[in-house]
Write a protein of this length. Structure first.
Lengths: 516, 458
């Protein structure tokens, strides 16, 4: 192979004298760094025990396939099956679909039933409950913080007797498959840092997202489709989303989420341009790969490898994407189950159905977003609209995965970036009120692979303001998610700027009580 | 393509080059002996040249050795010993050479010193060589076949357990784990950190920082703290190069300390272990009946076998790294030159290693499904969307004793399939949506076989 390889390089090398000179320069420079300087430094370093000072002996980086010899500090290279040494243990989940409800859906009108608030209508939130919790600038200047009970009624459902509001009649039917976590809490009170924290494990931008970590660590189950796909639903409005939420951060670029557009054409430019039949594209890409390989040999920049991988993936997606996005093979009943909007590409309903199709094809991580949950004013009306848009498709996705035997190895997650306040932001009436951001307590749910079904975990106080039992931090949620995928969150690391990073930073505990 | 690494390339010549100084320096020593006893005559004048060659080649070998050390493949402590022994020996050889030159500066000390230096040089040479050999071949390489070797007796050894009820928690479960993972450094002869696991008294005594086990409190027990550290922590046990404790082993010891109160005599079952712990310990003792499945060991599979199967269109994923337990999916849409039957035939080569298998929408029919009956370790089987599957074929799956989940959705399965499959005691879920079973039949079957969950759809 390598002899042939070099031969190719010779063919591809330029005949132009100046170029040759530049090539020679690079070679000499490399030779010098790799030999003379290196020799002395290495020998001295070894003598002084510097190898121990700099050693990086985490499990992921011990000798194994894909790790360049002799550089114990190098990050392991992710192959089709992820990095060597993963999964750390037998996984429960093969795939994940994360239904992100962006904006911070209110727990009061959905899953956290707080009957005592009814009698406290309009009373000021006791300072003993607030405990000096910071407020956003939107309600900090209010003269009072009047308690706003939910306008919507709650009932218990299923064998698990879970409380669900009347806004979620479809999800209510699935409660025996769901594990509600009512004791979520986060550190962020505004959208950008809170959602960045949830998706990447850190409030500031720049870290890899959950899906990118998964792709890097575990690799792909279908070489013809991206491992990590993002679906942003249309008709949401509200707080913006940005591609760094599904970005790769410092991980190699091929691990970033590939966003399917919310429209008829989820991926643009898959068709060949006019007057080109594409018959020699594979050949063209092969030559391009050779050129890129030369660059890679010279500079070793991982981004070159990523570029090669991306070109090849795009080529395969020309066939695989039209196949998976063509919904004509879905039955009438299926569309009915997901609701009538499921026929309109790009809606939340259509995206839920799309998510199921992608998961069926072996996509490992589907990150779905629904915007529009940020109800500072007019909450009752807005919640009704949002729930109508999402309740049926969410429940349908659960049911659909279940009947196809996929729910037992698919992890389904529902939740936003924080919760909302017990008190009304702005004017409070029986019919209308608003709620401000609240990071100290909110509800999420998980269902499927490895999670106890029909369970409610954690408790909040009567105001759903503080967690009083079994708190679950965002880091704990990440640790648990990773655990279900067979990954020890403390051992999946990536060295960047002199430090090994992980999704959970230096925190996170697996919530063992919710594992089945 | 592996990256080239010039340091390691040269470093690997170290084992070759080390034989030069060994040869030259021993040759010098032999000359000194034979000259002294007049066995030879006139060879003395070769000595300085021989020592010079010996010293120079020792310097070269040391440099190559340092280069080889950058691979990080060696045990740090053993490497350190060998490294410093080599460097000291080289320095001694250099001193010997300088002394042999008859320089006036050394004249006064020479006679007294020279002999000592040569003896030290040979001693250093032997030590370095031995340490280097240990580094490459392991510490017991030299003594392994030694005659009249003393058997290392473990005073805590107990007869083999055949039933979980007999198992003494400490003696049959905990100590064997410790013995396998910690004993090589913590025994009465080695006692690293003054800690030994050779007797119950020694267990209770602990190491130089005192007690390592706090009954009832694993979180306070040094033993648990050390094995639970990150593997690159300096204090992590066992140290680098030794096999760490598995998660299961840690759970067992943690449970022994917490629930078993670190008692050295109680039986395991009297601690009233839950299902999981029972499974863990049963598995550890290799007892049938309680196996929880996650821990059975699988025979090794060659990489080439896996690669060959991948070429056949199988997606194969190792469920946990190093477990040789696989999740296999037959990717559909791949050009079907070979019939499903031939593909399953090739899959036989790893049949005992497959825990999860999906042959969804693969064209599998009644004739071929029987080929799966010998896949005895299957936990999860997905043969949905195969219209050619009927009762007569599905009945052949009753051999799959470990099956926990079966998806036969969108097949021609009928009541008879469920009746037949219900004999599989571990089977929990059967996915029967879009089969020939109607709602009434499903309800009837569900009522009759309560241990099963029949999952249908809308």
């Amino acid at each position: 192979m390598s002899g042939h390889h070099h031969h190719d390089h010779d063919i591809l090398r330029s005949n132009v004298h100046d170029f040759k000179k530049i090539e020679a320069n690079i070679d000499r420079r490399q030779f010098l760094t790799k030999t003379s300087m290196g020799l002395g430094a290495m020998a001295l370093g070894s003598l002084m025990g510097a190898d121990k000072l700099l050693a990086n002996n985490t499990k992921g980086t011990v000798k194994g396939p894909g790790k360049p010899i002799g550089d114990p500090n190098a990050n392991p290279i992710s192959g089709p099956n992820g990095i060597p040494g993963l999964p750390h243990f037998l996984p429960k989940a093969k795939r994940v679909v994360y239904l992100f409800q962006s904006g911070g859906p209110s727990q009061f009108e959905t899953y956290d039933y707080k009957p005592k608030l009814t009698d406290m209508f309009g009373q000021d939130l006791p300072p003993s409950v607030r405990k000096g919790q910071r407020l956003t600038s939107m309600s900090a200047s209010q003269s009072s913080l009047p308690i706003a009970p939910s306008k919507y009624k709650f009932k218990q459902y299923g064998e698990s007797r879970a409380w669900v509001s009347e806004l979620m009649p479809h999800t209510a039917k699935m409660v025996d498959d769901i594990c509600f976590i009512k004791s979520m809490h986060t550190e962020q009170i505004n959208h950008d840092p809170a959602i960045t924290f949830f998706q990447t494990g850190h409030q500031l931008a720049g870290r890899p997202s959950i899906g990118a970590w998964t792709s890097y660590g575990l690799g792909s189950d279908n070489q013809n489709l991206p491992t990590f796909i993002t679906l942003v639903s249309k008709n949401g409005g509200g707080q913006p989303l940005y591609s760094r939420l599904w970005g790769n951060g410092f991980l190699p670029t091929e691990h970033q989420g590939v966003q399917f557009r919310s429209g008829k054409d989820p991926v643009l430019f898959l068709n060949n341009p006019e007057n080109y039949d594409g018959h020699d594209r594979a050949e063209m890409l092969a030559y391009l790969k050779q050129l890129n390989d030369i660059q890679n040999d010279a500079y070793g920049d991982p981004e070159i490898k990523a570029r090669i991988a991306q070109y090849e993936m795009a080529f395969r997606m020309q066939t695989s994407v039209p196949e998976v996005t063509d919904m004509s093979d879905e039955s009438e009943e299926t569309f009915e189950m997901y609701g009538k909007e499921s026929r309109d590409p790009g809606t939340y309903a259509a995206n839920c159905l799309m998510a199921r199709r992608l998961l069926e094809k072996g996509v490992k991580f589907v990150q779905l977003y629904q915007r529009g949950w940020d109800h500072h004013i007019g909450l009752p009306g807005n919640m009704k609209r949002q729930c109508e848009m999402t309740d049926q498709p969410t429940a349908a996705l659960l049911q659909d995965l279940k009947q196809r035997g996929m729910l037992e190895d698919t992890l389904v997650i529902w939740g936003g970036e924080f919760g909302r306040t017990a008190y009304s932001q702005g004017r409070l009436t029986k019919e209308d009120y608003g709620r401000d951001h609240h990071p100290r307590a909110f509800t999420m749910w998980m269902a499927g692979a490895g999670v106890k079904p029909g369970m409610s975990y954690g408790e909040t106080d009567d105001f759903s303001y503080n967690v009083i039992k079994d708190p679950v931090h965002v880091h704990d949620f990440h640790a648990t998610l990773m655990h279900l995928m067979g990954v020890d969150h403390e051992r999946l690391t990536y060295k960047h700027q002199g430090r090994r990073y992980r999704l959970t930073d230096v925190h996170g505990h697996v919530v063992k009580d919710i594992l089945s | 393509m592996e990256e080239s690494n010039i340091i390691l390339f040269f470093g690997r010549f170290h084992p070759l080059l080390v034989h030069l100084p060994i040869g030259f320096l021993i040759f010098t020593a032999i000359i000194e002996v034979t000259e002294r006893f007049s066995l030879t005559n006139g060879l003395k004048k070769v000595v300085p040249f021989s020592l010079l060659l010996g010293t120079l080649s020792a310097i070269a070998a040391s440099i190559l050795g340092l280069m080889l050390a950058t691979s990080g493949d060696y045990n740090h402590e053993a490497l350190d010993d060998h490294k410093w022994a080599g460097i000291i020996t080289t320095l001694i050889a250099l001193i010997a050479y300088l002394l042999s030159l008859d320089l006036t500066f050394f004249k006064t000390v020479k006679n007294k010193l020279y002999l000592i230096v040569v003896v030290a040089m040979i001693g250093g040479l032997s030590a370095t060589g031995h340490l280097g050999g240990n580094l490459t071949h392991g510490e017991d390489y030299l003594t392994h076949y030694m005659p009249f070797k003393k058997d290392v007796v473990d005073p805590l050894k107990r007869p083999e357990v055949t039933e979980i009820a007999q198992a003494q928690f400490f003696g049959d479960v905990v100590h064997p784990i410790i013995k396998a993972k910690c004993f090589s450094c913590h025994n009465s002869s080695k006692q690293k950190g003054q800690l030994s696991f050779e007797s119950i008294e020694m267990y209770m005594k602990g190491g130089k920082h005192g007690s390592t086990i706090v009954p009832g409190n694993a979180n306070e027990s040094e033993l648990m703290l050390r094995v639970n550290l990150s593997e690159d922590d300096k204090l992590f046990m066992p140290p680098k190069g030794k096999t760490p404790l598995t998660d299961e082993e840690k759970l067992i010891i943690e449970y022994w300390i917490n629930k078993g109160e670190a008692n050295y005599t109680t039986n395991f079952v009297t601690t009233e272990p839950d299902e999981d712990m029972l499974g863990l310990v049963s598995n550890y003792l290799k007892l049938e009946g309680h196996a929880s499945g996650d821990m059975i060991s699988f025979s090794n599979v060659a990489n080439e076998t896996i690669e060959k199967l991948r070429e056949q269109g199988f997606s194969i994923r190792e469920l946990a790294a190093g477990s040789f337990a696989y999740d296999v999916v037959l990717l559909t849409g791949k050009s079907d030159e070979k019939s499903i039957s031939e593909k399953l035939e090739t899959l036989q080569s790893i049949k005992d290693n497959i825990l999860w298998l999906s042959l969804e929408n693969s064209g599998l029919n009644d004739a071929q499904v029987g080929q799966l009956s010998s896949f005895s370790n299957l936990r999860k089987l997905n043969i949905s969307k195969n219209k050619g599957l009927t009762d007569s074929g599905l009945k052949k799956l009753t051999e799959l004793k470990n099956l926990e989940s079966l998806s036969i959705y969108a097949t021609q399965a009928d009541v008879a399939s469920i009746e037949a499959l219900s004999v599989i005691s571990k089977l929990k879920n059967i996915y029967v949506w879009k089969t020939n079973l109607d709602e009434k039949e499903i309800a009837a079957m569900q009522h009759k076989h309560k241990q099963l969950k029949l999952v249908s759809g809308i």
